[in-house]
Design a protein around this ligand. Structure first.
Ligand code: SIN
Length: 480
């Protein structure tokens, strides 16, 4: 299915707007072609969206949870009905292989479905009193207007992971998708319209990230900002939130270690490494960024991993047989090249891959395995966000824990071992919010997703994910 080039619009208070605005081109990184344009919105549109969401909040939050569920269930069904259209658009705007895009649409819909159900279970509490004549209760209230700022690497799922719990709990939402991949968000907005959400409950603003963020951070009608993106931007939002003590949820950078102990099932570890590392061409916050393998199985692991990596097919994501699409842009490619060049200049060896691919016209890099790396190399210190697997030899479980924790980040980690005692004791030492034990794909709607240390604040998904959008109000009731 070809995606038609089109001028997409913003949606504020139920109206499609922005026709008169300058536009931003959305470029397919697989071939450099423009896929569509979105309006370059700024302060004016952000203010309008905040006002619309603020006005809609009174009536949306006054609905029963059961009423709100109806809208979310419709949206979930519409997403599934439009799975192919959403997936094609996603692949066209950011290069993800089509089968992964289809998977992401399903994954994105699960957040809407799961939080539709969870919205009915935002329970308050009755607390035993210390004084006769008093009743102590905790009531739950939606936090208010929420701004959801999302990245390009998961154009659907990062939005629904925020919208789902926000809408289910009674908040209204302003979506600000990445300018690299905003078209999927526009399509999602169309589906919200079809699902019948009242005007102003969901709004979409595209354009200048800094101008729109400035408004949502400075306007006191916005009570919560939920953001997925870099740690650098996350720190700026923390600073900007101080004046109004705005609530924040931040899912920031990762630098995931993947540890393979010498009793691991090596084939399973290789499979898990490929699944984690090469999903979305290595452009996920939780993908294994550095691999530590115990010396007894190091050569076998590197050999088996390299063979599997050589089988991965690179190309335009619209080709059904492609496993690895392009990187998002030239900066992404330059970073990957730098990481590999730095490693080899310091003594590492490329086992497979190691070169950019120019023949397709887009920004591609070969799926790569680099061995004999060490902690002094940039690839072991920074998130690569590309299809490169550096593998370092370690001696012991203690060394594994030390190396894994040797980072300011704490989003995801992976451990491969068949031994329950070793696995348990190693994981207890790891400062990471998510751990895949013999599992390269731990994400799901019903579990808490988020990081420790500089990887973020709060959790998305699961029961914890909806708590982020409600306030506890303690009420002490005096009896006559
Ligand atoms: C991310 O890269 O932040 C999202 C990955 C996921 O949800 O599995």
């Amino acid at each position: 299915m070809a995606v038609k080039t089109d001028n997409y619009l913003m949606n504020i208070n139920g109206e499609w707007v922005g026709q008169e605005r300058e536009t931003l081109d959305v470029v397919n990184p697989a071939n450099g072609e423009t896929v569509g344009t979105v309006p370059y919105g700024g302060e004016k549109e952000a203010e309008q969206a905040v006002d619309a969401a603020y006005d809609a909040f009174q009536s949306w939050s006054a609905l029963t949870a059961h009423d709100r569920v109806g809208y979310l269930k419709k949206l979930n069904q519409l997403m599934l009905d439009h799975q192919e259209e959403l997936a094609q658009l996603m692949t066209a705007e950011m290069g993800k292989p089509i089968n992964e895009s289809r998977g992401e649409v399903k994954y994105a819909a699960t957040f809407i479905e799961w939080f539709a159900e969870e919205g009915k279970r935002v329970y308050g509490e009755t607390i035993p009193t210390h004084a006769t004549g008093k009743r102590l209760q905790v009531w739950k209230k939606p936090v208010g207007v929420v701004a959801a700022i999302t990245p390009w690497n998961f154009p659907a799922a990062m939005l629904t992971r925020k919208m789902g719990p926000a809408l289910a709990s009674g908040c209204t939402v302003i979506m600000k998708p990445s300018s690299e991949s905003p078209l999927t968000a526009v399509k999602l907005m169309e589906l919200c319209e079809q699902a019948g959400f009242p005007k102003g409950v969901v709004n979409l603003v595209t354009g200048s990230s800094s101008k729109i963020a400035k408004v949502v951070m400075e306007n006191s009608k916005v009570r919560k900002v939920t953001f997925t993106g870099s740690t650098e931007v996350g720190k700026t939002l923390i600073r900007q939130s101080a004046d109004q003590v705005k609530k924040l949820s931040l899912e920031l950078g990762g630098h995931a270690p993947l540890v393979v102990l010498d009793d691991a099932d090596v084939d399973l570890a290789v499979k898990g490494t490929v699944a984690s590392k090469f999903r979305n061409a290595g452009q996920t916050c939780i993908c294994a960024n550095r691999v530590y393998v115990q010396e007894g199985i190091y050569d076998e692991f590197v050999d088996k991993l390299s063979k599997k990596v050589q089988e991965l097919k690179v190309g335009d994501g619209t080709d059904e047989s492609v496993d690895i699409g392009p990187l998002i842009n030239q900066d992404g490619l330059d970073k990957v090249k730098h990481h590999v060049e730095d490693a080899t200049s310091k003594g590492a060896t490329v086992v497979t891959g190691g070169e950019a691919i120019t023949e397709y016209g887009g920004v591609f890099y070969q799926p790569t395995v680099v061995k004999d790396v060490n902690q002094s190399m940039v690839v072991m210190q920074e998130e690569t966000f590309g299809p490169v697997t550096p593998v370092e030899k370690i001696a012991s479980d203690e060394e594994a824990a030390k190396m894994a924790n040797d980072t300011p980040y704490g989003l995801a980690a992976y451990v491969f071992t068949e031994n329950v005692s070793r696995g348990t004791q190693l994981i207890e030492k790891l400062d990471f919010g998510i751990v895949g034990w013999n599992d390269g794909g731990p994400s799901a709607a019903q579990v808490p997703f988020g990081g420790m240390k500089e990887s973020g604040i709060g959790r998305e998904g699961g029961q914890e994910g909806i708590e982020e959008f409600v306030e506890s109000q303690y009420v002490s009731i005096g009896m006559k």
